[in-house]
Design a protein around this ligand. Structure first.
Ligand code: NAP
Length: 131
């Protein structure tokens, strides 16, 4: 599924198994309900626009965490998403350089307080209007 609010996803689950719901999810947009339902029903949440279409790449909090690891802000955000249970992600990158960098996040470990600092950036507001 994609862009299913939790009420609609619960209804869908009455009719058929669902593997995944793809929703906009990044540090500036929390998805607590989608994540809670994913845990409850063993679904995946695929975070689309995980970099908020580039907006989070200039965030000072993320920039500071990136500098502390010698990584890029994009890598920090992708690692933060992948650290969460039931979460996958689909960043878009036109260049090979960015695609390669975005895959190179599996040897990176964020501290708990860094994950919490990124989560605290959520301010609501979708970049994409699902309707
Ligand atoms: N289901 C839906 O309704 C829905 C809606 C929207 C999007 N999506 C999916 O989500 C995917 C990604 O979303 P999106 O394109 O909206 O936004 P995004 O992945 O959050 O951001 C893409 C932007 O980030 C830049 N970027 C990517 N990797 C980077 C890196 N390592 N360093 C610096 N900049 C980097 C890209 O630049 P470059 O391209 O220049 O590398 C591009 O400008 C789409 O391809 C699509 O499949 C799904």
């Amino acid at each position: 599924m994609s862009n299913f609010p939790t009420t609609l996803l619960r209804e869908a689950l009455e009719h058929a198994p669902v593997i995944c719901n793809q929703v906009e999810y990044h540090p500036y947009l929390g998805q607590p309900q989608a994540l809670a339902l994913a845990l409850e029903r063993d679904l995946m949440v695929t975070a689309y626009s995980p970099l908020a279409q580039g907006a989070v790449l200039h965030d000072p909090v993320i920039g500071e965490i990136a500098a502390s690891h010698g990584r890029t802000p994009a890598q920090i955000v992708l690692r933060w998403l992948l650290d969460q249970p039931q979460v996958a992600t689909v960043p878009k990158a036109a260049s090979h350089e960015h695609r390669a960098a975005n895959l190179d996040v599996f040897d990176l470990a964020l501290a708990d307080e860094q994950r919490a600092a990124i989560a605290s950036l959520a301010r609501g507001g979708h970049a994409i209007a699902p309707s």
